[in-house]
Structures are given as structure tokens and as C-alpha cells.
Design a protein around this ligand. Structure first.
Ligand code: GYE
Length: 327
């Protein structure tokens, strides 16, 4: 075996030992035509939204010929921090990540900054006292989504002539941006309407199984006092619906159901009348992420915040010609 060949084999061995997750990743890093390598730390696979978001990032990286190092953190912040550290060690050109919660990123982001690697926040925001740790945020306006959910409810209460509206809220992951802002936007939108009462807000962690558990305990506690379920994502809504039916109530009629995301399954249930309103939150952020990564690599300035356009789907509309959602 030639000396040069031996040292190449040794180098590969060292790389695999040092970066085992990269070696085992579904998306091994490849130097694509753009010459850019993007490290992306995804939160997990908790919802159709999240899976749609991962697929979109992969497709758009392919399209823009950007080498993607994708790591799935399985809902753990410590895994995201470890992934970002691996991206720094690997000297990727740009780091992108969807922070599972808002707090606790200062140290690792300072390390990225010290290494001169720009960071794109995808989908969710962080909370920090420090300036300039991240280049920009590409994600939905969750506050507005909460407002749109609240405004729908006011219209619905008007059309049904309701005098008192008792709401239970199933919230997303505690301390995450969509949880905080969807809660705040909704609360602000209904604040001046005296008919509206939030009986309880309960943490469903964006998970279907938790949505079911939360709904079960809410029904036990409040029974037929519940007029509305406001759920921060489709997964929790889809978990809650069978619990409502098992308790003898008809979702969409006895209880008004409001959800967020707009994945295909929830839209189909909306069309069948068991959900009344779904506020759209698009997971298709990949195009903006890739275009921003290219700009950052070229040293160009980027928009500090990019929000996609989003709609409301509800029983107020004819939804028969809606395009397939793609997630
Ligand atoms: O609504 C939920 C997902 O951060 C917008 O996370 C995202 C949320 C989305 O798990 O389904």
C-alpha cells in the first residue's frame, strides 16, 4: 500500500472517529457545486409540519447545490448544542438551526461567532441579551397566527350568537417561540371581547399523544362547559379529537375546534367538519434559507427577519378546490 493511500485511509478513520454522526447521517456532507456547506440542526420529527420542513430543506439544498449536513436532535436542546459544535469543528460555511426553546444558546452561538460562521435561525427565535449572535430569522409570524385564530373565534361566536365562550388552550412546547407567541396573539385578540374566557391553558408539547392526554384531563375537569379548543398545532388537535368523541361530544359542532399548521390531514378533517378553523403555518422555508446562506457566504447583508405569507382556512370558506398541502 502506498504511503499516500495509507494516510488517506488514516484521515478517513480519524474523521469517522471524530464525527460519528456525520458519518452515519442520512445526508453525508458533499461539496456541491455552490461550494457552500450548510449545517442544519433540526428539532426532531414531532409533527407533519416538522417532517415537511425537513423535506423542504433537503429538497431546496439539492436545488441550490448546497452541501447539507443535517442533524435531527430528537427534541433535545443538548443534542442541538452538540450538533452546532460539530458544525463549528467541521468549519461549515453557514449554520442554520430551529431552536427548540428560546433560552440557553448564548455560549454555543458565541463559539460560532468566534469561529466566524454566520447563523440563520430557522422557524423559531431565541431570547438573548447579547447582540449579533445570529444573522437573521426565517420563520412564521406566530403572534399574527394567534391573532388570526382569535379573530376567527370572535366571528364564529358572532355568527352563532354565543353569549359566553369557554375556551381550553392546548399549548406547544413550553418556552418555544410558537408557544409563547401563539398564546399571546390569541389572548390579545380576544382580550376586549367579554364573552371570552380561557378556562385553562395546558402544555401539550406539540405532540399528538400529549394532545390526547391533555384533552382527556380537560374533559374530566370541565365536561360540557368547554365551548372551544384552541390547539397550537395540528398534531395535538388530531390527538384531542378522538377524546372529544369518546366523551360523547361532536367536535366542530358541540365544541369549536381551532388548530394551527394546515397540514393535509387537518385540512381533510376541516373539510369533514370536525375542525372549524386551521391557521396556516408553512414549513416551506427552505428556499429562503438557501438564498440567505448564499448571501451570507458572499458577505452580503441579509434581511433580519423574513416571515412567509400565511392564510386562514375555515368553515367560512369553500375549500373544495384547495391545492394539496404537501405536508
Ligand atoms: O407548528 C408544530 C411543530 O415551530 C412552527 O413546531 C413550528 C411548530 C409547528 O412541531 O407542528
Amino acid at each position: 500500500m502506498g504511503k499516500k493511500f495509507k494516510s488517506v485511509i488514516a484521515l478517513i478513520g480519524i474523521l469517522i472517529a471524530t464525527f460519528p454522526n456525520i458519518a452515519c447521517s442520512n445526508n453525508p456532507t458533499t461539496q456541491k457545486d455552490s461550494g457552500i456547506v450548510l449545517g442544519f440542526s433540526q428539532i426532531g420529527s414531532e409533527s407533519a409540519w416538522r417532517i415537511g420542513n425537513t423535506n423542504d430543506i433537503e429538497q431546496q439544498a439539492e436545488k441550490y447545490e448546497i452541501g447539507l449536513m443535517l442533524e435531527n436532535a430528537n427534541q433535545k436542546q443538548e443534542n442541538q448544542i452538540a450538533a452546532i459544535r460539530r458544525f463549528i469543528a467541521y468549519k461549515v460555511d453557514v449554520i442554520a438551526f430551529s431552536p427548540i426553546v428560546e433560552e440557553g444558546w448564548d455560549n454555543v452561538l458565541q463559539e460560532a461567532k468566534n469561529a466566524g460562521i454566520p447563523v440563520i435561525l430557522v422557524d423559531r427565535d431565541i431570547s438573548t441579551e447579547k447582540e449579533g449572535l445570529t444573522a437573521c430569522l426565517i420563520g412564521a409570524d406566530f403572534y399574527k397566527e394567534g391573532v388570526m385564530a382569535g379573530e376567527y373565534l370572535i366571528r364564529k361566536a358572532d355568527s352563532l350568537g354565543l353569549e359566553q365562550v369557554n375556551i381550553v388552550e392546548i399549548t406547544g412546547t413550553d418556552n418555544s417561540t410558537p408557544m409563547r407567541q401563539r398564546q399571546a396573539g390569541f389572548a390579545d385578540a380576544i382580550a376586549k371581547d367579554e364573552r371570552m374566557h380561557i378556562l385553562e391553558s395546558i402544555d401539550g408539547d406539540f405532540l399528538k399523544s400529549r394532545g390526547a392526554e391533555c384533552m382527556r384531563s380537560l374533559i374530566e375537569k370541565y365536561g360540557d362547559d368547554i365551548d372551544v379548543v384552541y390547539s397550537h398545532n395540528d398534531e395535538m388537535t388530531l390527538g384531542a379529537l378522538p377524546e372529544i368523541e369518546d366523551a360523547g361530544f361532536t367536535p366542530g359542532k358541540d365544541i369549536i375546534i381551532i388548530s394551527i399548521d394546515g397540514g393535509q390531514e387537518a385540512i381533510d378533517v376541516l373539510k369533514n367538519g370536525k375542525i372549524n378553523c386551521v391557521v396556516e403555518c408553512t414549513p416551506k422555508l427552505g428556499k429562503e434559507v438557501m438564498e440567505t446562506a448564499i448571501k451570507l457566504k458572499n458577505g452580503e447583508t441579509v434581511e433580519p427577519v423574513i416571515h412567509p405569507e400565511e392564510k386562514v382556512f375555515s368553515d367560512e370558506q369553500d375549500l373544495s378546490n384547495l391545492e394539496p398541502r404537501g405536508y
